[in-house]
Design a protein around this ligand. Sequence first.
Ligand SMILES: C[S@@+](CC[C@H](N)C(=O)[O-])C[C@H]1O[C@@H](n2cnc3c(N)ncnc32)[C@H](O)[C@@H]1O
Length: 188
Amino acid sequence: MRNRELVPFRQRVGRAASGRVLELGIGSGLNLGFYGPDVTLVVGVDPSPALLRMAEARSRGGRIPVELVEAAGERLPLDDRSVDTVVATWTMCSVGNPVRVLREARRVLRPGGRLLFVEHGLAPDPGVRWWQNRLTPAWKRVAGGCHLNRKVDDLVQAAGFRLDDLRTGYLPGPKPLTFMYEGQARPC
Ligand SMILES: C[S@@+](CC[C@H](N)C(=O)[O-])C[C@H]1O[C@@H](n2cnc3c(N)ncnc32)[C@H](O)[C@@H]1O
């Protein structure tokens, strides 16, 4: 997750976020240094206490208040329409039920609020997809539940979002792991 190739994605997400931000699967807090002046609060949700401790250490002394919550995205302990931006970076591959998590994101977003996402997932090339489908059962056991074969734009739309922007493409590296979906969406 500390790969330098990912930094430009984190910079774009951080610049685009505004107001009260919910970060789904905040992990060790690697996006925290990239949020811009329009962000007033980051609520970071993650089920891993160990990663939350790392995020807490990273948040110390920062300009933006950060609240860290141990929870799964499938059941967010937040009020309806209570955040302006939801951020998910490389999280939907690991959650148990991505559509449920995204429906929760939709519930807590205010009308007109935005979901900003960067995720790896299902590639368009049949040969790469074949490997993604073949590898995922073993890969998810050794890589923290990570699925290689989720079609992120379909999941976002299935949860009740309209896509405003979507960019896709491979990063350098093994193709089954590096097909990226970067986009913005709003509740329909
Ligand atoms: C690959 S890491 C990405 C971490 C971080 N978003 C980043 O960009 O560095 C996936 C994260 O999703 C979290 N996660 C796993 N299951 C989850 C769930 N059901 N709800 C929310 N987060 C979850 C993991 O604990 C982990 O922090």
